[in-house]
Design a protein around this ligand. Structure first.
Ligand SMILES: C[S@@+](CC[C@H](N)C(=O)[O-])C[C@H]1O[C@@H](n2cnc3c(N)ncnc32)[C@H](O)[C@@H]1O
Ligand code: SF4
Length: 383
């Protein structure tokens, strides 16, 4: 039933896998190799053409340039990618079109050059406004530059601006985190993504922790920091529409919401993921191998057909992270009564202990449930 659904709406994700230097916490696939940018743009344009039937002509509701660092590209490079998108895909007139930017790239010249491009949303990676935090994690910008970047984007006409923050950075205190939030709200942005720091294995930050070079934030303080985040968001009129995402009314990220609603998307570029309701696939995480394959008119990817259990697991995982919660009627319609019964049986303890709210066929994590969301999700998975 699910697999034969006609695709009506879809998204395009373009991965720009370049960074001017690497931040110590990050394990996204990127390289510091600016000399490869022109070749990669050629290959991205080609991949858009080669895979033009992947979304079966669905209308494109969202386009998202992520990274890495999309703000490393020139206007002409963006134009070439947009030309390929508009040639091969049907993009809705009101599509949400976002690019991620690093603050120090947002010069007035760069912003001016984006004016004639179809972007209507910008996501700025700030992480912190504190210069000591920023230096420690090897960011390229200062706090003042970060605030200036937001103001310049506003001046350049962007009316839908998101910023990324990270809490629980090494040595961070509650007072320090509170200051970050106050700085963020003073900028009058429409959307904030705030992530609890994770120590990804193999990253420089992970090694520093292994070597005992860092004062890490303990679990209890992380919970308190999240509590403060939620309280401040509420005070400032932001809706917590997903565990890490907050927006003013009408400014939810349409692109991410589509992921959470399990709508199909095509991911273009090295390491980018794609989903067409029945399978997931991911491009090779190597610029050179990716480019070489495209030169031979093929795409280097791995693919996994999704079983009903996989699809149920994805559905539960993404919907429980959102404020709309998990719609049990929808779950039953998609997967059948047995799956609904399994879900209810396994979540019962958490409903009884008020970690999960069960109301009118919907399950939602409570504030306490969010703190142990990983544990709850594991209980609900089917293997
Ligand atoms: C892949 S980055 C791209 C954004 C852009 N390159 C930048 O750095 O500004 C997307 C976001 O993921 C978050 N992120 C990446 N690694 C993380 C980690 N280990 N823990 C928490 N957040 C992380 C950061 O907030 C970052 O802005
Ligand atoms: S956080 Fe952004 S700039 Fe830093 S390494 Fe990751 S992708 Fe690159």
């Amino acid at each position: 039933m699910l697999n034969n659904k006609i695709l009506t709406m879809a998204g395009i994700y373009i991965h720009i896998p370049f960074c001017k230097k690497r931040c110590t916490y990050c394990d996204f696939y990127t390289e510091v190799a600016p000399q490869l940018i022109p070749t990669l743009i050629d290959s991205i344009v080609e991949e858009l053409r080669i895979r033009k039937d992947y979304l079966r002509n669905a209308s494109i509701q969202t386009i998202y340039f992520g990274g890495g660092t999309p703000s490393i590209l020139t206007k002409i490079q963006f134009e070439r990618i947009f030309d390929a998108i508009y040639t091969h895909y049907s993009v809705n007139n009101d599509a949400e079109i976002t690019f991620e930017a690093n603050p120090d790239d947002l010069t007035s010249d760069f912003l001016e050059s984006t004016r004639s491009l179809p972007f209507n949303r910008i996501s700025i990676g700030i992480q912190s406004f504190d210069d000591t935090d920023l230096k420690r994690i090897n960011r390229r910008h200062t706090g003042i530059q970060a605030a200036k970047a937001v103001k310049m984007a506003q001046k350049a006409g962007f009316r839908n601006i998101s910023i990324d923050l990270i809490y629980g950075l090494p040595f961070q205190t509650m007072e320090g985190w509170k200051k970050q939030l106050d700085s963020a709200f003073s900028l009058k942005v429409q959307h904030v993504s705030a992530y609890g720091l994770t120590y990804e294995e193999g990253t420089a930050l992970w090694k520093q922790r292994e070597n005992g070079e860092l004062k890490t934030v303990d679990d209890e303080t992380m919970i308190e920091m999240y509590g403060l985040l939620i309280a401040k968001m509420k005070q400032n009129g932001f809706e917590a529409y997903e565990i890490s995402n907050f927006s003013l009314p009408d400014f939810r990220s349409k692109h991410n919401t589509a992921y959470w609603k399990q709508e199909p998307y095509i991911g273009i570029g090295p390491s980018a993921h794609s989903y067409d309701l029945k399978s997931r696939q991911w491009n090779i995480a190597s610029i050179t191998k990716y480019v070489n394959a495209i030169a031979e008119n093929t795409v280097f990817f791995e693919r996994e057909e999704l079983t009903l259990n996989d699809q149920y697991n994805d559905f539960v995982m993404v919907s429980l992270r959102t404020s709309d919660g998990l719609d049990l009627s929808l779950l039953e319609a998609k997967f059948g009564a047995e799956y609904k019964a399994y879900c209810l049986k396994n979540i019962k303890t958490y409903i009884d202990t008020k970690k999960v709210d069960y109301f009118v066929e919907r399950l939602r994590l409570t504030a306490e449930g969010i703190q142990i969301s990983n544990l709850i999700l594991i209980e609900l998975m089917r293997v």
